[in-house]
Design a binder for this molecule. Structure first.
Ligand code: F6P
Length: 546
């Protein structure tokens, strides 16, 4: 018999606070003007700034006032956010469709107390010891590591490594292969020597088509190169050690079904990070994330940064109707962060039914996208400033640059100056988004590249910026394993917050299944040419491709 589930916490749209927010939106939200808000209140920046572990946040350039924040906190309370959060940390079955606990936070608890503490630390110690052995390249003989995985088994480590560039092992090159497209793996392997290469096959399920195809290609290449000792050159990170063993892998670092793929960086899936930066730095990454976990668990909701970001996401999505958020990290080391956050948020909250399966009458995950600054400024920022859609931007800044081992001199001064340029650009973009430029200002500002034949009135209309476009600024003092850990945990918990209020299961991903099944059904048709039952488009394309 199936036990009756505990009464679910109220969904956001079924609360009194939701009604209050709707009223507040009509009265003060729809026409909220950031410029007026700043002019009215000189204390606005201070009122809407928050300090969380390692991350300072300026939320003041968002379309919120004190009342918005109060109503949003009321909403969180009515939706029982603290109880839901505590249930996740306690190991309750939060992922109801898969009947699983959600305990990635247990992976970064420093002690062995708490759920699964012994098991977590046992694998962690073994994995870190292995990483240190490999990092001793003189005795391990390993100079290249090829990490094969996809999605949550790839994006985390791939994003972290460039961020931690100053700490990377100088004699150990890390390569990432994810795409089933052979054009991903082939150029990587073409540069390597099998005798000095270690393969890490990373897959929670050890059934993912792309990863298994790449792992088989890697094994074939290894053997063709004269490699003999698969057990020494292939290791796996997975929850299914027996499947890895069937592949011929003996050294496996396990994790558990209560770690979601997109939350698995902190588990054995982080092995490439440990290989690249070493055990101590990996522990610092975990410590930073743990500090943010504690903030999320303990800080009052009004000053709880992940909660405030999640509430803002909901405010923009459900009341302002913004369907997208741009992530703009102003640090080249964070260049893969937008892709990582895309999976984190869109796979978690890209759902259209609530936990009980009822269709939702409101929007959920926004489209999350972005590129590092200043590159994005020369690509899509035009649309952010003058396009027809309002897209909130999340700027991520790092106060201090870190160029390891640089002797003082002109070169160091140039790089220092470049950092000031970088930060000034970020501040200027946020200013421009908010302030805009009136047609009158445009009329008076010089425009040397404008056509002299154009009516100045028409030109002013082209050069006008609407402004009032919101942005958030997250600031790290410096980019370190610890601050990066905190930043990533912050993002996880903001996704949890909006997902919890929307009443959805943020921890399953049924939406990726159908394409996988259809792909498997198409594969045999390449041999037979059978197109029976296919729509005419797919049938014609298959014939053309064969
Ligand atoms: O894209 C679906 C997904 O299941 C992700 O959630 C996961 O991170 C990825 O595939 C890889 O899965 P695995 O780690 O099992 O190979």
């Amino acid at each position: 018999m199936i036990a009756a589930p505990a009464a679910p916490a109220p969904r956001c749209d079924r609360t009194q606070a939701w009604g209050a927010l709707a009223g507040h939106f009509e009265a003060h939200g729809r026409d909220f003007d950031l410029r007026e808000a700043f002019a009215r209140d000189p204390g606005r920046a201070a009122d809407f700034s928050l300090q969380a572990p390692e991350v300072f946040a300026d939320l003041s350039k968002n379309r919120i006032d004190i009342a918005t924040r109060r109503f949003l906190v009321d909403l969180a309370l009515e939706c029982e956010l603290p109880a839901r959060r505590d249930a996740m940390f306690a190991g309750d079955i939060v992922n109801t469709t898969e009947g699983r606990a959600v305990l990635h936070t247990a992976l970064r608890r420093p002690g062995t107390d708490g759920p699964h503490g012994e098991a977590v630390h046992q694998v962690l110690s073994r994995m870190l010891a292995f990483a240190e052995q490999v990092r001793d390249t003189a005795s391990s003989g390993i100079h290249d590591v090829v990490h094969i995985g996809i999605g949550g088994s790839d994006l985390g480590p791939q994003m972290v490594l460039p961020a931690l560039q100053p700490w990377l092992h100088p004699g150990l090159r890390l390569h990432f292969v994810s795409n089933v497209d052979g054009h991903d793996i082939a150029p990587v392997l073409s540069r390597l020597d099998a005798r000095h290469t270690l393969f890490v096959i990373a897959s929670k399920t050890f059934t993912t088509q792309e990863t298994l195809a790449n792992a088989q290609a890697a094994r074939a290449w290894f053997l063709a190169q004269g490699g003999t000792d698969i057990a020494r050159h292939f290791v796996a990170t997975t929850t299914h050690t027996e499947r890895a063993a069937a592949f011929g892998i003996r050294e496996t670092f396990g994790f558990w079904d209560w770690v979601g793929g997109r939350y698995s960086l902190w588990s054995a899936i982080g092995l490439p990070v440990a290989l690249a930066v070493g055990a101590e730095r990996f522990r610092e990454l975990l410590a930073g994330a743990h500090a943010m976990d504690e903030h999320f668990r303990q800080a009052p909701l009004a000053v709880n940064l992940p909660v405030q970001l999640g509430l803002l996401d909901l405010w923009y999505r459900n009341f302002h109707g913004f369907g997208s958020r741009c992530v703009a990290p102003y640090h080249q080391g964070l260049r893969r962060l937008p892709a990582y956050l895309q999976q984190l948020e869109m796979e978690s909250n890209g759902k259209s039914v609530d936990a009980s399966g009822e269709r939702l009458p409101f929007g959920t995950s926004p489209v999350v996208w972005g590129e590092p600054g200043t590159n994005g400024q020369h690509a899509f920022f035009q649309m952010l400033h003058q396009g027809t859609d309002v897209i909130p931007v999340e700027f991520i800044l790092v106060r201090r640059a870190h160029h390891a081992g640089l002797p003082a001199g002109d070169y160091a001064r140039c790089l220092d100056e470049q950092h000031r340029l970088l930060l000034s650009n970020a501040l200027a973009q946020a200013q421009a988004l908010m302030q805009g430029r009136t047609a009158d200002e445009a009329r008076h500002d010089a425009a040397p590249t404008a056509s002299p034949d154009l009516d100045p009135e028409v030109l002013a209309r082209h050069r006008r910026f609407e402004g009032n476009r919101p942005s958030t600024l997250l600031l790290l003092e410096s980019l370190t394993p610890r601050s990066l850990g905190a930043l990533l945990a912050l993002q996880e918990h903001r996704v949890f917050t909006s997902g919890a209020l929307w009443g959805i299961n943020s921890f399953d991903q049924w939406g990726v299944e159908l394409g996988k099944a259809l792909c498997n059904a198409l594969l045999p048709r390449w041999e037979t040419g059978d197109t029976a039952g296919l729509d005419s488009s797919t049938a014609a394309l298959l014939e053309r491709l064969r």
